[in-house]
Ligand binder design. Structure first.
Ligand SMILES: Nc1nc2c(ncn2[C@@H]2O[C@H](COP(=O)(O)OP(=O)(O)O)[C@@H](O)[C@H]2O)c(=O)[nH]1
Ligand SMILES: [Mg+2]
Length: 200
């Protein structure tokens, strides 16, 4: 799928405020600063569509994008940023959970995980949360350019090893780097097939 058009529709404070749609929707989630906005910009081939930041904890709303008039993307607020006040956290998590559980056209969650560091407990907890709420998800490793190929393959092996302790079926995993332009083709292909599937 080539991106012809990618449009920012709006920022919404809760799932009930997002316009209803018959189009397939996928969401991007992960720890603050993991690279969600950068990945959306990269797959849409736009520099500043989703606001990227070196200051974590910036996205506080559900940000909706429309791609090629046939699939919707949601940039979710990140989790796990210690400096965000408790009050904000108490507001965000229910907002995100409500979105994940209530959004009728949500097809899949892309869970972004920093591919340059070892597996984090919070990422495992979030995978568990998605699983227990029956939200299908794929794992997207980000920032793979920050380590050597050899280091990356050790990190991946270790990640899979830890997952196998708790999971029988492993989720699909995708390697990406915005720096080295890796991974967008595959994600675009997937988006295309999701959009097609629901038409038939
Ligand atoms: N080296 C490298 N840095 C990245 C990559 N993706 C994102 N970043 C950087 O990570 C920081 C956080 O990115 P952002 O997209 O704002 O993360 P978000 O909080 O998850 O939306 C920014 O400084 C990005 O430039 C990547 O693939 N490689
Ligand atoms: Mg962001």
């Amino acid at each position: 799928m080539k991106i012809h058009e990618c449009e920012f529709i709006g920022s919404f404070p809760s799932v009930s405020k997002i316009p209803e749609s018959q189009l397939v929707e996928v969401c991007f989630w992960g720890r603050s600063n993991v690279g969600k906005s950068s990945l959306i910009n990269y797959i849409c081939n736009r520099k500043d569509l989703a606001k990227t930041s070196s200051h974590p904890g910036k996205t506080q709303t559900l940000n909706l994008f429309l791609v090629n008039q046939n699939i919707q993307l949601i940039d979710l607020p990140g989790f796990g940023y210690a400096k965000v006040s408790k009050k904000l956290k108490e507001k965000w998590m229910p907002m995100i959970k409500d979105y994940l559980i209530q959004r009728k056209n949500l097809y899949l969650c892309y869970l972004l995980i920093d591919g340059s560091i070892p597996i984090q407990k919070i990422d495992q907890e979030i995978m568990q949360l998605l699983h227990s709420n029956q939200i299908p998800f794929y794992i997207v490793f980000t920032k793979t350019d920050k380590v050597t190929k050899r280091e990356r393959s050790i990190l991946l092996k270790d990640f899979i090893f830890h997952l196998k302790e708790n999971w029988e079926n492993l989720p699909l995993m995708i390697e990406t780097s915005v720096e080295n332009k890796i991974g967008a083709d595959l994600i675009l292909e997937q988006l295309h097939s999701f959009a097609d599937k629901t038409k038939s």
